[in-house]
Write a protein that binds this ligand. Structure first.
Ligand code: NAD
Length: 287
């Protein structure tokens, strides 16, 4: 460490709260070191109401870029100088790049989702997706799938404060990607869920159901699954959710959330330093 960090080392950081559990510092510092880049990555615990001051500090300290996590993703999008097309549509960022004082916000969660499917040999272009969820991860992957040429998106959410976001996302997709058919449905309508899954190519869980401590739970009756359905999850803790395990039993192609996490991080790295992250090496090193 004393040899690697010097007076010229450029800083990247994670901003949000809590940040103590994050795997980002280990992943990015591994990658900088592996590629001999004079950068370091740190995590800073910043609350939503401190985000404006944090953005000023980023400029003052010439922090080169970094990640934004909950609960700061939406507020940060209002504080940057420019937004990527997907970040503008979604109104949230998880990545920022500081170009000599001009900060651009990006969102790479959806890019990570699409790339994870690609790594499993599946292209979203021309496909019908059923996505359960309308929160941060869901919205990002719904918008990115639409931008990447999905044919149809059926969004299901339970009747909570996120349902209105499902309807908003449908409107945004209709405006920004008019060739995509997008609809929002109530998750309580189990018959509709069954019907939509029956005509879908890809089913995605983008809710917190399946995540610890709600592991062992799934929102989809296993009888709705069939062998030629691709089943993806955004949840990465546990590595395999009940939905993914149910799908494996039926013989479906599956894409668990850990890959999405890795590839959203790799997309951010490319924005940070203009190089491919040694993602597969890090995956092996981590295991
Ligand atoms: P969020 O709080 O923004 O959204 C929560 C979603 O869960 C909403 O759609 C809500 O309606 C739904 N929900 C909550 N309780 C429910 C219940 N009892 N029944 C049905 N639906 C319920 O959360 P988020 O940030 O979008 O995260 C969702 C999941 O995705 C988390 O497990 C998170 O760790 C994961 N995630 C993964 C990645 C990745 O890269 N793999 C990235 C972001 C988030």
């Amino acid at each position: 460490m004393e040899k690697r960090i010097s007076g010229t080392t450029g800083l990247f950081c994670l901003v949000g709260s809590p940040v103590g559990h994050s795997g980002s510092p280990a992943m990015y510092n591994y990658s900088f070191q592996k590629q001999g880049l004079d950068y370091a990555y740190m995590a800073f615990d910043v609350k939503k109401e401190q985000m404006a001051a944090a953005m000023k500090t980023i400029k003052l300290f010439n922090i080169r870029g970094g990640n934004i996590t909950m609960p700061c993703k939406n507020i940060a999008a209002t504080l940057v100088d420019e937004l990527s097309p997907a970040a503008r549509i979604i109104g949230a960022i998880n990545v920022f790049v500081n170009d000599n004082g001009k900060i651009t916000g990006h969102i790479t969660d959806g890019i990570g989702f699409v790339r994870n499917l690609k790594e499993h040999g599946i292209d979203v272009a021309g496909k019908k997706l059923v996505v359960i969820g309308a929160g941060g991860a869901a919205t990002a992957l719904q918008v990115q799938s639409a931008l990447d040429g999905a044919k149809e998106l059926s969004i299901f959410n339970r009747d909570d404060e996120f349902y209105a976001r499902a309807e908003e996302t449908v409107k945004k997709i209709q405006k920004e990607a008019p060739t995509v058919t997008a609809n929002a449905f109530h998750l309580e309508d189990n018959d509709k869920l069954k019907e939509e899954i029956a005509s879908a190519d890809i089913l995605v869980n983008a809710t917190i159901i399946g995540m610890k401590p709600q592991d062992g739970q799934s929102l989809v009756d296993p009888s709705f699954l069939r062998k030629d359905l691709v089943v993806a999850d955004t949840v990465y803790n546990p590595l395999k959710t009940k939905l993914i395990l149910d799908a494996e039993k039926i013989g479906c192609q599956t894409a668990p959330g850990k890959g999405m996490l890795l590839w959203q991080g790799a997309a951010a790295y490319k924005l940070f330093v203009g190089k491919e992250m040694p993602a597969k090496e890090y995956q092996e090193y981590e295991q």
